[in-house]
Write a protein that binds this ligand. Structure first.
Ligand SMILES: Nc1nc2c(ncn2[C@@H]2O[C@H](COP(=O)(O)OP(=O)(O)OP(=O)(O)O)[C@@H](O)[C@H]2O)c(=O)[nH]1
Length: 601
């Protein structure tokens, strides 16, 4: 960093970049956060890192001592990094600010052995959509066979301590990850080869277990923030605070509180704030600003410490009246010296931004936060599942009532993402026959619902199939005439399809079909059966013809398919009938269409 740069900006006016951690389950998000926090505590001795509500602030000097020579504090004027404590893309989608992601920068954790997994792709999709710069932590390098661990060392030093073979194994896995990133449209490389972090994604090999590569990770994040995000970090330190609700929580002695990440300005005790609520913006006065007590004092009666003022970026618990309807993911704005109506309008505009498109008919969707509701909206729209109502909150009886009025049984469903189902809602669902789906992973939730839709569709098809005449083609066997007529009884072999009792039978002469009679019984080896399938030889009683006249030995006969049935079979049930039946159907259609090209269309 040049001197001129640091001269022109007052360092106190730059806020801490907010960092979020994403990745597939078990790839090590929590461990990596713990490692950074744990190392920071050791490096900084007591009190150097500050525990916020929902976040941990690691100041620049601590980062510098953790990263060693990789981070020279004189090169930076950003105050450090603020790590959001809840990993995963769920919290990431919750953490939004004016139309974008609240996190300024993200770490995508990928298990170096496991590689890309479904939630890695989901996380990438979210990062792409929100245009959040990110780096990839290729985690668990210590599990590469033959690994020689170097506690907390930078990656170059670690590399030098590995055997040729081990290094090769690691490299292979790293290049696989780089290839996967490229498949998803991100040009990526090992971080030390990346010149422009705005254009290329840097991959940092790390171990959350041994701390190897953690110095590199911190250095890259500091560098990236300082170089490309400094302007966005400039805030009006004394200005009215702006933040996002992380969580709405009941707190003994304080009533309903909102855990908030403040990303601009300050919030003070007694400030009037506007908070996004379920029905309308909530206007209230800050009664208390609460921070967790430092670790050493955690045993005291009171878990929180009262403060008079907080500046961005910070995680803070706000206690104020009337917060019951506050929504996680909703905006929080301090009014201070401004027109209240203007601030309310700003909050309303932000809420309108995340409104999910609803249709006349569709499923009911509930989610725990505004951001996750929006993510559900996107995912459902991609899956072409219409939504009739989308709201933040637990599944309540009135959601069931709405779902129960859907005409299409497939839409008599409630999809709840990361929410609870209230007991009376569950009872109501049972009575009203409304299907409830809840999950903490969006794609799984959608999969459960589409499976359900498919099973309904299958059942519908099966009912149709039960009521439809099935095609068949069969031959009257030579020397198997057991009775001439009233009814005629003959041995037949089914070539294709299914011959069923009571089917009418047709014979083609040239292009002309003639109905010759009706099946009045099928016997297989002396036993009465309802149908005979392709390949089987059975004896059939046919009421109508006399053998030797309308029907002769060796004749090929067909089930007489009503035109309407032929049409349904061809247009809707093709994939539901066996191949041989389809073959019989096609031959039958072809015969008819020689005569009348529009038959069965
Ligand atoms: N050997 C090794 N194990 C690791 C490393 N990082 C994480 N693990 C282990 O991998 C498992 C999953 O780690 P977590 O940190 O819980 O993973 P996560 O991504 O936070 O998982 P969820 O929060 O469940 O999504 C744990 O058993 C960790 O001990 C690493 O670098 N090396």
């Amino acid at each position: 960093m040049s001197d001129t740069d640091s001269d022109t900006h007052d360092p106190s006016a730059l806020r801490t970049p907010i960092v979020a951690v994403l990745g597939h389950v078990d790839h090590g998000k929590t461990s990596l956060l713990d490692k950074v926090r744990g190392s920071a505590v050791i490096e900084g001795e007591a009190g150097a890192i500050t525990q916020h509500i929902g976040a941990t602030a690691v100041p620049l000097d601590i980062i510098s001592s953790m990263a060693g020579e990789l981070v020279n504090p004189d090169d930076f004027d950003l105050p450090g990094l603020l790590f959001i404590d809840t990993p995963g893309h769920h919290s990431f989608t919750t953490l939004r600010s004016r139309g974008g992601a609240l996190a300024d920068i993200a770490i995508l954790v990928v298990d170096v052995n496991d590689g890309f997994q479904p939630q890695t792709l989901e996380a990438l999709d979210i990062l792409k959509r929100s245009q959040t710069p990110f780096i990839v932590a290729a985690n668990k390098i210590d599990t590469v066979p033959g690994w020689n661990p170097q506690e907390d060392a930078p990656i170059t030093q670690t590399y030098e301590s590995q055997s040729e073979r081990t290094r090769q194994r690691l490299d292979e896995n790293l290049y696989k990850i780089i290839g996967n990133l490229s498949d998803e449209g991100f040009s990526a490389d090992l971080y030390w080869r990346v010149q422009n972090f705005q254009r290329n994604v840097g991959v940092v090999p790390v171990s959350a277990m041994t701390g190897e590569g953690v110095p590199d990770l911190l250095a890259v994040m500091m560098g990236l923030s300082q170089r490309y995000m400094k302007e966005e970090m400039e805030i009006d330190v004394a200005g009215p605070g702006v933040g996002t609700v992380l969580e709405v929580k009941e707190e003994k002695g304080f009533g309903t509180t909102i855990d908030t990440v403040l990303y601009d300005g300050t919030v003070k005790k007694d400030d009037t704030i506007v908070v996004g609520g379920l029905n309308e913006p909530i206007v209230t006065d800050v009664r208390a600003l609460l921070q967790p007590r430092p670790l050493a004092e955690i045993r005291t009666e009171n878990r929180f410490e009262n403060v008079d003022e907080v500046g961005a970026a910070a995680g803070i618990k706000i206690a104020a009246p009337d917060l019951e309807d506050a929504m996680a993911g909703a905006p929080v704005r301090v009014v201070r010296n401004r027109n209240l109506d203007d601030v309310i309008a700003e909050v309303q505009a932000e809420l309108a931004d995340v409104a999910v498109d609803t249709a006349e008919d569709g499923v009911v969707v509930k989610a725990d936060t505004l951001g996750s509701l929006e993510a559900m909206g996107n995912a459902l729209s991609e899956a072409e599942i219409p939504i009739v109502r989308a709201e933040v909150g637990d599944v309540a009886p009135r959601d069931i009532s709405v779902a129960s009025t859907a005409e299409d049984p497939k839409q008599q469903a409630v999809l709840g993402f990361s929410v609870d189902v209230l007991a009376d809602a569950e009872r109501r669902a049972e009575i009203d026959d409304v299907q409830l789906f809840t999950d903490d992973v969006i794609y799984q939730l959608i999969e459960e619902y589409t499976d359900h839709v498919e099973s309904i569709e299958r059942a519908q098809q099966e009912t149709i199939l039960d009521n439809i005449t099935r095609p068949s083609r069969f031959r009257v066997l030579k020397d198997h005439v057991f009775r001439q007529n009233d009814p005629a009884v003959v041995g037949v072999e089914i070539y294709a399809g299914t011959l069923q009792n009571n089917n009418y039978v047709v014979k083609w002469e040239g292009n002309e079909p003639t109905r010759v009679g009706q099946v009045k019984g099928i016997q297989e080896q002396g036993e009465d059966v309802d149908e005979a399938r392709a390949g089987e030889r059975v004896s059939v009683a046919i009421d109508g013809p006399t053998i030797g006249r309308q029907v002769k030995e060796g004749d090929v006969l067909w089930t007489d398919l009503p035109e309407k049935h032929a049409k349904i079979l061809e247009q809707e049930l093709k994939s539901d009938i066996p191949t041989d039946e389809l073959e019989a159907l096609n031959m039958y259609l072809e015969k008819h269409r020689k005569r009348d090209p529009f038959w069965g269309k």
